[in-house]
Design a protein around this ligand. Sequence first.
Ligand code: AMP
Ligand code: MN
Ligand code: MN
Ligand code: MN
Length: 305
Amino acid sequence: MRPPCVMPSRSTTSGSFCGPEPHRPPENPINIDLHSHSSQSDGLLRPQDVAARAHANGVDVWALSDHDELSGLDEAASAARSLGMAFIPGVEISVTFCEKTVHILGLNIDARHDHLRDGLQTVRASRHVRARQIADRLHDLGLGDCYEGALALAQNPDLLSRAHFARFLHETGACRSMQKAFDKYLGDGRPAFVPVQWAGLDQAIEWIRGAGGKAVIAHPGRYTFSPQQFDALFERFKELGGVGIEVVTGSHAPRQYAEYARVARHYGFEGSRGSDFHAPGRSRVDLGALPDLPLDVTPVWHDWL
Ligand code: AMP
Ligand code: MN
Ligand code: MN
Ligand code: MN
């Protein structure tokens, strides 16, 4: 059995916090951020630097949730420990459902679990194949050889993301911004977009549950499913033992917080809160800088703290 996650007392946390204690309503006394990325996937900061930024922003409970990757969790946990900040080990798994990519967060997982580790290894193998295909398409579009350049930007060669290609296209002046690189070349349906058969929804949930974690649908408001497909996703997810959806996330517009709070109540899901932070200035919302989870949604962390 894994030891339960250790919560710091408020005095420990605020004792080392520089600056004024952020005001929080008494109903929500903690600042919890359960979605963020490090340079072990497509973020820009090392895990220990993401931890430091979360802590400086007043986060009390923090999860690192790199794409398809667990290798940042040890560094993140020890950085959080030395800062007196509670840490939740996480992962964001790439899944294919109805021929589209869906991200499933595994939260409070035991990262030593072999079934999860082996499963993620197969997902990362698909990334290797896809990266070569993306580079071929960019080459055919007249952009030269982008593979080595994108790889050089990846701290973790096992985790090449479209974001690395976008950064390379931006930094070499081929595109004015990373966003433009997605809009013009890499985004879904664009000329250098290569569809991948990621993990099945059933597999991802099985890996997460097998590792003792909770499966949570990341940023549901970002998917372009029909109402029937959304219903199928939520029903199937629930049937398979998924427990939560992100309600308050940096990927949702503010009006979607209430919308997905209603979805959570309708399907009996718990709700999560996470910035989806990738890098300073590159994410819409900074670590910990989100509105609170609506009070009529059961938080995913209700039985952890
Ligand atoms: P991948 O998992 O390699 O397909 O890359 C997906 C990652 O690229 C996401 O996690 C985002 O960080 C980033 N991303 C995806 N689509 C966009 C977009 N349209 N604009 C900017 N970043 C994007
Ligand atoms: Mn990402
Ligand atoms: Mn995502
Ligand atoms: Mn994410």
